[in-house]
Design a binder for this molecule. Sequence first.
Ligand SMILES: Cc1cc2nc3c(=O)[nH]c(=O)nc-3n(C[C@H](O)[C@H](O)[C@H](O)COP(=O)(O)OP(=O)(O)OC[C@H]3O[C@@H](n4cnc5c(N)ncnc54)[C@H](O)[C@@H]3O)c2cc1C
Length: 205
Amino acid sequence: MRPELAALDASIEGEVIYPESPEYESVRRPAWTQYENVRPVAVVRCRTPTDVAGSLAVARRLDLEVAPRGGGHCFAGRSATGGLVIDLSPMSSVAESDGIATVGAGARLGEVDERLAKDALAIPAGSCPAVGIAGLTLGGGLGILGRTYGLTSDQLVQAQVVLAAGSWSVMSAERRGCSGRYAAPVRASSASSPASRSERCPLRT
Ligand SMILES: Cc1cc2nc3c(=O)[nH]c(=O)nc-3n(C[C@H](O)[C@H](O)[C@H](O)COP(=O)(O)OP(=O)(O)OC[C@H]3O[C@@H](n4cnc5c(N)ncnc54)[C@H](O)[C@@H]3O)c2cc1C
């Protein structure tokens, strides 16, 4: 492993998976098999925003292309790269308070749905439980509740984002704009809405 990646591995709460790691073959692949032959220099399994910022700094130092990955279901293969995959799947927390769901960037639709179902709530989302909430929201997000509540992105209240320079910030309708060209959402809050069991059932496997 390159010394910069070894130093990153030692400094973060997550871990750096490199080609010699036993887990490499299982974690490097995105869900879409078309891109299964893309082999990253390393996959950083991030647990905190600091891990994401550290990964970006190392990628910049080594001049590596970065690909953030949530659920890995991008049809265009944008979460696969020969550079550094920033894997956010360990950041999969889901919490709800006063009708606002706060979701980590690594959560899958099934996990979000399961948690909100306990309070008879739902975020309008897609129909596949393994798709990542971050990628879905960044792309709009259309599903069975769309005609009633709109796109997943319509419900986004605010997002904590890591900027290219390594700082992080909370963005919302009141607080927009970032100075860097790159922002990786690591946690987002979305308004949730009442939903009956039948409206949620497409998310069951
Ligand atoms: C089987 C299947 C079913 C689907 N069903 C639906 C559906 O019902 N409705 C619908 O609207 N769409 C659907 N889609 C499309 C899906 O919403 C998109 O492919 C979405 O981008 C996948 O998100 P992901 O997090 O799983 O993928 P990823 O590949 O991890 O991410 C997708 C894109 O977002 C970027 N990204 C992910 N997380 C972050 C982050 N935290 N910060 C910055 N960039 C990030 C990635 O780099 C990549 O460019 C489906 C796709 C598949 C494969």
